[in-house]
Design a protein around this ligand. Structure first.
Ligand SMILES: Cc1ncc(C[n+]2csc(CCOP(=O)(O)OP(=O)(O)O)c2C)c(N)n1
Ligand code: SF4
Length: 286
């Protein structure tokens, strides 16, 4: 399949030249094309931010909602139509800051969705304030003496909560990121891919070269099914590991746990609403 199938003619892309978001967009389009997934099978869901604009630039079904609120929307879409491939895509601020509570409880629910987080360690859209993943001492127009907090560690949190798929990628390496994304799409259950993404305008510390110099790939010897080993890797900061840290398929997905699917497997959106039955049910609870 030609990745151009996902292009929107005349799309006016608002990202700065050189932004890592372009590479992520290209990676997603090429991955989907290589996997022969068509636009109708997909829904992209995002919140607010530069990363949150990605669904505007891809031809597929799209829901762009409130800052930090994309994960519950993704969960609901997957619940009413489990046949769709739901890709949640947003920034580190949107997902781990404003949406932090949703991030945590989404892992517990385990919907079968892919969660791509553009991690540029800064708030890009609002012009460079610190995000939860900004590194200590990072100077911004707001944090004038530098960030004084430890950065939020999304991978360690996800592994601690026994998330079903946890990975980190680098937007500058399209080939490896594609491989990770393919595995996340094939995986059943919630899949987190935190992608390091240089913000060339507001993060002059964590640049393309910085990410290259400060990362390495997990090798074959890393056992993805060993949770303790994955946790140890997730707290490494001298150099940041890239690749798939952890996988498990032990827990049922959110959709599988829904009572409505116990006896009837047809997607909920196709069912007729029985108002009388609903009224009776409400009456019994009065
Ligand atoms: C509830 C709420 N709080 C704050 C804002 C303002 N706001 C819009 S985008 C943004 C930061 C986005 O940063 P991030 O999610 O890291 O994405 P990036 O722009 O870096 O891709 C903020 C704070 C908002 N729109 N809604
Ligand atoms: S401000 Fe940063 S994240 Fe936003 S488009 Fe520009 S380079 Fe990309």
């Amino acid at each position: 399949m030609d990745p151009k199938i996902f292009d929107i003619d005349g799309a006016d892309i608002a990202w700065c030249p050189g932004c890592g978001d372009f590479a992520i967009l290209k990676t997603i389009k090429e991955t989907l094309a290589e996997m022969e997934i068509s636009p109708e099978e997909l829904v992209f869901v995002s919140g607010i931010g530069q990363a949150g604009k990605l669904p505007h630039y891809i031809k597929a079904n799209v829901f762009n909602g409130l800052h930090g609120r994309s994960l519950p929307v993704s969960t609901a879409i997957k619940a009413v139509n489990p046949e769709l491939i739901v890709i949640n895509v947003s920034g580190d601020g949107c997902t781990y800051g404003e949406g932090g509570n949703h991030f945590i409880h989404n892992i517990r629910r385990n919907p079968d969705i892919i969660n791509i987080v553009h991690n540029n360690m800064v708030y890009g859209l609002t012009k460079g304030q610190a995000s939860p993943t900004s590194q200590r001492d990072f100077n911004t127009p707001l944090q004038i003496e530098g960030v004084s907090l430890e950065p939020f560690n999304p991978l360690a949190i996800a592994i601690a909560l026994n998330a079903s798929f946890v990975a980190r990628a680098f937007s500058g390496d399209i080939k490896q990121t594609k491989e990770i994304l393919k595995k996340a799409i094939k995986h059943k259950g919630y899949a987190l891919i935190d992608i390091f993404q240089p913000c060339v305008t507001f993060n002059k510390v964590n640049t393309f070269q910085w990410f290259k110099n400060n990362t390495y790939y997990l090798d074959e010897s890393h056992d993805r099914f060993d949770r303790e080993e994955a946790f140890k890797k997730s707290i490494e900061t001298e150099k940041y590991p890239l690749g798939i840290f952890y996988m498990n398929s032990d827990n049922k997905t959110f959709e599988e746990n829904i009572i409505a699917y116990k006896t009837n497997k047809s997607p909920m959106y196709q069912r007729d609403l029985d108002i009388d039955k609903l009224k009776k049910l409400i009456d019994t609870k009065k």
